[in-house]
Write a protein that binds this ligand. Structure first.
Ligand code: SF4
Length: 667
C-alpha cells in the first residue's frame, strides 16, 4: 500500500498521442520524497544536457507534492519542472490553488509530458479516463477564459484547469501557466507548454488517498491549525506588516505600501522614491483596492486567504496575490488603478508578473536613451500607461520589437546590441529579479542571490529575520518563543546582530554563520517543494507552523516513511544537490553564481569570494561550485559523479580539476 502518494504517474507522449499510467518506485520516494525531488531525478535520468528547451525530448513535469491531497493545511502546490528557455537550466516553478490535490484524487502523482503535439490540444484527466482533445477553438484565448470554456464544454464545473494564454502559445520566454487561484510563472515554463502544443490540462478526481497513521496525522494537522490561530492573534512585533503574520505576503489585505513603494525600485529597477507614500496616495490606493477587491480567497485546504478576486470596472474578474499587485504600477511609474488593469490583461496572456513589467520598463529605458528608436516602436502611443498596454500586446504576439523582447531582457539585450546589455542590469542566471537595489552588501542575501537556483529570492529567503532588530530587548523578546530553529545557535546569531558597529553587515553575521543561515533557509524551501507545502506556511515567514521539528512526523504519519530530522535533512540535501547537478551538467559554474553588480552599492570582493569559497565547501561543492565525488557518494548519488567523470566535469582523482574546470577557473 502506498501512503500519501498514489504510486502512479501519467506519461503522455504528445508526438504519438500515447498515454500510459506508470507505476513508480517507492524507493525513489524514500530517497527524493516527491514533487521537486522526484522531478529532479526524472530530469536527470531522462533529459541529457544536449536537449534544448524547445526540443521534443525536453520533459514538462507537473507534480503534486508528496503530501498534497492529505489533510495537511496549505499543502496544495503543483511543482512544474522542465528546462527553461530563459536560463537554459532546470526551471521549477510552483503553483498553489486546487490542481495538485485534484490530480492526486484522480489517481496520479505526476503528469509527464514529452514530445510535441502537431496541433493545439488540451488534456482531460478524469480518474482513469485520460484524453488528448482538440484545442483549435481555444487558440489565442486567455488563460482564465480557457479554463472557463473547458469547464463548460466538459460540463465539469469542479474540474481544475491549468492553462496558458497567448504568451505560452507564442513561446514567450517568461510565459506562465495560470490556474485560476495561482500561477506557475518563473523560468518560462508556459513557453515549454506552448511549444509542446498543450493549451491546458484539466483534471477531476473522485478517489481517495491513504495516510499511514491517520490519528497521528490529524493530531499534527490540528496542532498546525491551532498555531495558525495563535499567530493570527499574536502578530510578530517589530517587523514590516507583510512579515508579521503567516501566508504569502498579505498584499491583498494590507493597504500600507510605504515599505514596498519607498524601498523597492521603480521603472527599470532604477528609481527609488523616498517620501512617495503620503496621505493622498494612501487614500487613493486604498480606495482603488477596496473597490476592485471583490473577495478574499484561499488555496485548497487553507484558511489564510492570501489571494483576492479583482474586478476592475469594464474588465473580466481575475485573481491576484502577493507583490504582483505593485510590479506593473512601479515599472510604469504609474498608479494602482493602472497596475490592476494591466495585470488583468497580463493574466489572460499568461506572463510572469515579475519579469513582464521589467522587460517593458527595460524597452522604454532603451528608447529614452536612443538605443531603440521610433523605427523600432512604430505606432507607439504617446501616453505612458497606454504604451505599456501597447507593448505588452506586441510582446505576447511576438510582433516587431515584441518578438525580440519576448525572450526577456538578457536575450533581448544581446540581440539589440549597441550597449543594451547595460540596461539588462537586474538579472541572475539570465533571469529578471525583484526590482531591488540596496546600499550595503548583506552576506546572507549575497549567498542566496548568488547560489539560488530557484531564481526567485522570495522563494529562497525566510525563517531568519531580514534585518537586525534595533534593541537587545526586542531581539530577546523575538527569540523567546522561536522554537522553529534547527539549533539554538541561530538564536545567538540573531541576538548578537546589531544595526551598527562590529556586529553589523557586511561582516556580521560572519561567513560561517551566513552559511548556516542560508543553508537552513534553502533547506526549508526545498522540503516544501517536495512535499507540496505552501512556502507561506513554512519556509517564507518568520516562525511558521511547519518546521524542521514537525515535518519528519508529518512524513512518517502521512507517507509511512520512517523519517527523523537527520534523514529529512539528508534527503533534502540529496535532491538539492541533484538540481545543482542537472544545472552543472548544462554548463552552470561559479561564474553564474553572481548577483547583479549594482544590487548593492557597497561591494566587498574579498568577502564575497570568501563567502562563496566557504559556502561551496559547506555544501560539498568544489571551488567551481561542482558537487565533489565524495559528497555525491555520501548522498547516494554515485551515478552523478560517474556521469560527471565520463563527461570530464570531474576527474576520477578529484584532486586535479577536470580540463574544462581548470580552463573555466583560469578565465
Ligand atoms: S497560505 Fe495563502 S498562498 Fe499559501 S496555501 Fe494558504 S491561501 Fe494559498
Amino acid at each position: 500500500m502506498r501512503y500519501a502518494e498514489t504510486g502512479f504517474n501519467l506519461e503522455i507522449d504528445l508526438t504519438r498521442g500515447n498515454i500510459e499510467k506508470v507505476q513508480t518506485d517507492p524507493r525513489d520516494t524514500e530517497l527524493y520524497l516527491g514533487g521537486l525531488g522526484t522531478n529532479a531525478k526524472i530530469l536527470w535520468d531522462r533529459v541529457p544536457p544536449e536537449v534544448e528547451p524547445f526540443s521534443p525530448e525536453n520533459l514538462l513535469i507537473f507534480s503534486a507534492g508528496l503530501l498534497c491531497g492529505t489533510p495537511a493545511t496549505g499543502c496544495n502546490r503543483t511543482i512544474v519542472s522542465t528546462i527553461s528557455p530563459q536560463t537554459e537550466l532546470m526551471a521549477f516553478s510552483m503553483m498553489g490553488g486546487f490542481w495538485a490535490p485534484e490530480l492526486k484524487y484522480a489517481g496520479y502523482d505526476k503528469v509527464i509530458l514529452r514530445g510535441k503535439s502537431p496541433d493545439l490540444v488540451y488534456l482531460w484527466i478524469k480518474d482513469d479516463k485520460v484524453e488528448i482533445r482538440d484545442a483549435a477553438h481555444l487558440q489565442g484565448k486567455g488563460a482564465t477564459e480557457t479554463s472557463e470554456l473547458i469547464r463548460k464544454e466538459l460540463n465539469e464545473p469542479k474540474a481544475q484547469v491549468a492553462s496558458i494564454g497567448l504568451a505560452g502559445e507564442n513561446r514567450v520566454y517568461f510565459a506562465s501557466i495560470e490556474q485560476g487561484r495561482s500561477s506557475a510563472s518563473r523560468g518560462g515554463i508556459g513557453a515549454v507548454m506552448g511549444d509542446k502544443g498543450v493549451k491546458a490540462i484539466a483534471v477531476r478526481g473522485t478517489g481517495d488517498l491513504n495516510v499511514a497513521d491517520p490519528a497521528e496525522f490529524f493530531e499534527l494537522c490540528n496542532e498546525v491549525l491551532e498555531y495558525i490561530k495563535f499567530r493570527e492573534d499574536n502578530p510578530i512585533p517589530g517587523v514590516m506588516p507583510i512579515l508579521a503574520g503567516l501566508g504569502s505576503p498579505q498584499e491583498m489585505q494590507v493597504h500600507d505600501e510605504k515599505w514596498h513603494t519607498e524601498n523597492f525600485m521603480w521603472g527599470n529597477s532604477r528609481h527609488r522614491r523616498k517620501g512617495f507614500w503620503n496621505e493622498e496616495v494612501a487614500k487613493q490606493w486604498t480606495d482603488t483596492m477596496t473597490t476592485a477587491r471583490t473577495r478574499l480567497i484561499s488555496c485548497y485546504n487553507c484558511p489564510m486567504k492570501c489571494g483576492a478576486t479583482i474586478s476592475m470596472p469594464g474588465l473580466p474578474t481575475y485573481m491576484m496575490k502577493c507583490f504582483s499587485k505593485l510590479t506593473y504600477t512601479m515599472a510604469a511609474m504609474a498608479d494602482l488603478d493602472f497596475g490592476l488593469r494591466i495585470a488583468q490583461r497580463a493574466t489572460e496572456y499568461g506572463v510572469d508578473g515579475f519579469s513582464a513589467p521589467q522587460v517593458m520598463a527595460f524597452a522604454f529605458e532603451l528608447y529614452e536613451n536612443g538605443i531603440l528608436t521610433d523605427n523600432d516602436l512604430p505606432g507607439m502611443p504617446a501616453d505612458n500607461n497606454e504604451r505599456f498596454f501597447w507593448l505588452l500586446d506586441r510582446i505576447v504576439r511576438r510582433e516587431g520589437i515584441g518578438d525580440v523582447l519576448a525572450n526577456g531582457t538578457y536575450w533581448a539585450a544581446k540581440e539589440i546590441g549597441n550597449g543594451a546589455d547595460e540596461y539588462a542590469h537586474n538579472n541572475i542566471k539570465k533571469h529578471e529579479q525583484l526590482p531591488l537595489k540596496l546600499s550595503m552588501l548583506n552576506p546572507i542575501y549575497f549567498l542566496m542571490y548568488a547560489t539560488g537556483e530557484k531564481i526567485n529570492i522570495t522563494q529562497i529567503e525566510g525563517q531568519f529575520p531580514q534585518a537586525p532588530f534595533p534593541t537587545r530587548e526586542e531581539r530577546e523578546a523575538f527569540v523567546k518563543d522561536w522554537f522553529q530553529v534547527p539549533d539554538e545557535k541561530f538564536k545567538q546569531y540573531f541576538l548578537d546582530w546589531e544595526l551598527r558597529g562590529e556586529n553589523s553587515i557586511p561582516y556580521y553575521p560572519t561567513v560561517e554563520m551566513s552559511c548556516d543561515i542560508v543553508d537552513w533557509q534553502e533547506k526549508m524551501h526545498y522540503i516544501d517543494d517536495a512535499l507540496g507545502m505552501c512556502a507561506g506556511l513554512s519556509s517564507f515567514p518568520l516562525k511558521p507552523p511547519y518546521h524542521i521539528h514537525n515535518y519528519p512526523k508529518f512524513i512518517s504519519a502521512g507517507a509511512g516513511i520512517d523519517m527523523d530530522e537527520a534523514s529529512l535533512t539528508k534527503a533534502a540535501k540529496r535532491y538539492r544537490t541533484l538540481v545543482r547537478a542537472v544545472n552543472i551538467r548544462r554548463g552552470m559554474r561559479r561564474k553564474d553564481d553572481n548577483p547583479p553588480k549594482n544590487h548593492w552599492k557597497k561591494r566587498f570582493p574579498e568577502l564575497e569570494k570568501e563567502l562563496l569559497d566557504t559556502y561551496y565547501k559547506f555544501k560539498g561543492w568544489n571551488n567551481d561550485g561542482i558537487p565533489t565525488k565524495e559528497s555525491l557518494h555520501d548522498l547516494d548519488l554515485d551515478y552523478v559523479s560517474e556521469d560527471f567523470i565520463e563527461r570530464g566535469i570531474l576527474t576520477d582523482s578529484e584532486d586535479a580539476p577536470a580540463k574544462e574546470t581548470a580552463e573555466a577557473s583560469a578565465e
